[in-house]
Design a binder for this molecule. Structure first.
Ligand SMILES: *Cc1c(COP(=O)(O)O)cnc(C)c1O
Length: 366
């Protein structure tokens, strides 16, 4: 029986044509028409004024923090459940990621737990829209405003998610995206920073291009980075944007199939929720085994793997991993992260595939 992978890209549109155009015209490095075209298309999609493409999502995060002036000794609030790049980018600046517990239903940062972690050294908050669920941006922005903090949305997993009808990417001071091969939009490796702030956009472009003055070539007023995206990556990205509406619709349809197919398991599992005012996108369809231990969860994933179904565990909380280990407990993360499983989520899954995943999950749990 065919193996079902947890993620795979859909490259059936103009990706090949645009990449061949780069090769045919010699524009293969970080100059060329596709970079600006991809940035414009992405900015328009997010409803923001500026988009700055980078070579991956981690450098997009680091670039944003550099442009916001994050310094050694500063602190930044981040959720304990996230992909490690969020915390790492803070550490690259010599600053400290200060961890906050998450909400049980979405695994997103719990706004009610943020203020207790704010100190005189806190500079900003990085809410992560985990697995496509948008964070509670209205509450988070209100807290940030009251304390004079910036907000960077880590939107790497949530291209197209909405809060009160507004897309992520324009809901904080700036936002960062990833276009890794398993993300909703891919360029192989790639990233983007989006913002409505023209001055911040200029600073982002300055630091992205090794610090070279945007008006005066080979004049470097600051120490910058080479975080540029190539024209080839952007060519793939532009073609991906032509298919983004279809991608979001097909992922939503997939989520509907999962909800149907998994209903037979009743309350032994917890399905994704839709919060009032939030429109989630399905980067990863995540479920929880309600009463399982971590060992039982891992055994279920192993059995599914033997049946040809690839899955992933929910991210381990930052506070249990060596670089960020703490003795403090984060009750919600500690309770739910070890019970979470990401099921296969991509555009080439059929209704029959979804049925097979559900049946293998039921068999693995039996
Ligand atoms: C994928 C991801 C990143 C980093 O993106 P890369 O392109 O892999 O560097 C950052 N944050 C989150 C939440 C992610 O899922």
């Amino acid at each position: 029986m065919k193996r079902i992978s947890v993620a795979q890209p859909r490259l059936g549109g103009n990706e090949k044509k645009y990449v061949l155009d780069c090769l045919d015209t010699n524009w293969i490095s970080s100059n060329g028409k596709y970079i600006g075209a991809f940035e414009e298309s992405f900015a328009e999609f997010c409803g923001v004024k500026h988009a700055i493409a980078t070579n991956n999502g981690t450098t997009a995060l680091h670039l944003a923090l550099v442009a916001l002036g994050l310094q050694p000794g500063d602190e930044v609030i981040v959720p304990t459940v996230t992909y490690i790049a969020t915390a790492n980018a803070v550490r690259y600046c010599g600053a400290t990621p200060v961890l906050v517990d998450v909400c049980a239903d979405t695994m997103n940062i719990d706004p009610a737990a943020i203020e207790a972690k704010i100190t005189p050294r806190t500079r900003g908050i990085i809410p992560v829209h985990l697995y496509g669920h948008p964070a509670q941006m209205d509450v988070i922005n209100e807290i940030a405003q009251r304390h004079g903090l910036w907000v960077v949305e880590d939107a790497a997993e949530a291209h197209g998610a909405e809060v009160q009808g507004r897309r992520v990417g324009g809901l904080g001071t700036c936002a960062t995206f990833s276009f890794f091969g398993n993300k909703i939009v891919t360029t192989g490796e790639g990233g983007m920073v989006t913002t409505n702030d023209a001055e911040l956009a200029r600073t982002l472009r300055l630091y992205r291009g090794q610090g070279m003055d945007l008006q005066r070539r080979y004049w470097f007023p600051v120490v910058g980075y080479n975080y540029r995206m190539t024209n080839i990556q952007a060519a793939i990205g532009l073609a991906q944007m032509e298919g983004i509406d279809t991608a979001l619709a097909e992922r939503e349809r997939l989520a509907g199939w999962y909800a149907d197919a998994l209903s037979a398991l009743g309350d032994r599992i917890v399905l994704p929720v839709r919060r009032d005012g939030a429109k989630e996108v399905y980067w990863m369809y995540n479920i929880f085994l309600r009463d399982a231990t971590e060992e039982q969860r891992d055994a279920v994933m192993r059995r599914m793997d033997e049946m040809g179904i690839e899955t992933r565990p929910v991210f381990y909380p930052m506070h249990v991993m060596p670089p960020y280990r703490e003795s403090a407990t984060y009750p919600v993360a500690d309770l739910w992260s070890p019970r979470g499983i990401n099921l296969p989520t991509h555009q080439d899954l059929t209704r029959e595939d979804v049925q097979r995943v559900a049946e293998s999950l039921a068999a693995a749990m039996a």
